[in-house]
Design a protein. Structure first.
Length: 95
């Protein structure tokens, strides 16, 4: 599911958990993405928390790296550091 998130869009851990079959698995999704075996293939940087904030413990260099990766894709952050999920949130038919 994460591989389907297009450049310039994000999904939340909870959205991915719902698609995986259990809306309570948001932490499990975070753990799985933190251990992403293929970071160049699985775009885990496009998954953010329910507030639209990046993970401070982003597996590949911290929240600053995740933010930079999203900004390179055109995602704009608000002054308080969150992403407007209404604007940048991915609305797949599966989510």
């Amino acid at each position: 599911m994460v591989c389907q998130i297009p450049k310039g869009k994000v999904a939340t851990y909870g959205q991915i958990a719902r698609v995986a079959g259990n809306p309570r698995w948001a932490r499990v999704v975070g753990y799985a993405l933190h251990n992403n075996p293929a970071p160049g293939v699985i775009p885990c940087h496009r998954v953010v928390n329910r507030e639209g904030k990046v993970a401070d413990s982003f597996a590949f260099g911290g929240g600053d790296i995740q933010r930079q990766m999203l900004e390179r894709e055109g995602v704009v952050f608000e002054t308080d550091g969150h992403i407007d999920l209404n604007r940048y949130g991915w609305q797949s038919s599966k989510l």
